[in-house]
Design a protein around this ligand. Structure first.
Ligand code: 5GP
Ligand code: ZN
Length: 114
């Protein structure tokens, strides 16, 4: 595997503002928030993105979404609402090639998806 910043964050080799962690997922604050609350949920197993879903066991893929929902609860935005987004590939401007889900909320988000 080439250098992967999210693998380094998961291992604690690069600091992050951790929100939540379990056996298969890790959640932390995005360094460049696009909303009042902006968290990233990553699977601990290195897969490059959603297009690489076949490399991820069913339970681990599901765990990412469950962690996203838990993170929203922990951030106090579960009731006001939030958005979960994953960018996949170059047209979506994915910049880190390790599957991750953005959790955005804490303020009114644009009705547009992009
Ligand atoms: P993408 O563009 O791949 O969907 O999202 C990558 C996200 O990772 C971006 O929102 C970016 O701000 C975030 N990011 C990149 N490097 C770091 C880092 O070192 N620490 C944290 N906390 N977030 C990062
Ligand atoms: Zn990785």
């Amino acid at each position: 595997m080439e250098y992967c910043i999210f693998c380094k964050i998961i291992k604690g080799e690069i600091p992050s503002q951790k929100i939540y962690e379990d056996e298969t997922t890790y959640a932390f604050r995005d360094i460049n928030p696009q909303a009042k609350h902006h968290a990233l949920v990553v699977c601990k197993r290195h897969v490059t993105g959603l297009a690489d879903h076949a490399a991820l066991p069913e339970q681990e893929l599901a765990a990412c979404l469950r962690t996203a929902a838990k993170v929203a609860e922990m951030l106090g935005i579960a009731e006001s609402g939030y958005r979960v987004v994953t960018n996949c590939g170059s047209d979506a401007c994915q910049s880190v090639a390790h599957l991750h889900f953005h959790v955005l909320g804490g303020e009114k988000l644009s009705a547009q998806m992009a």
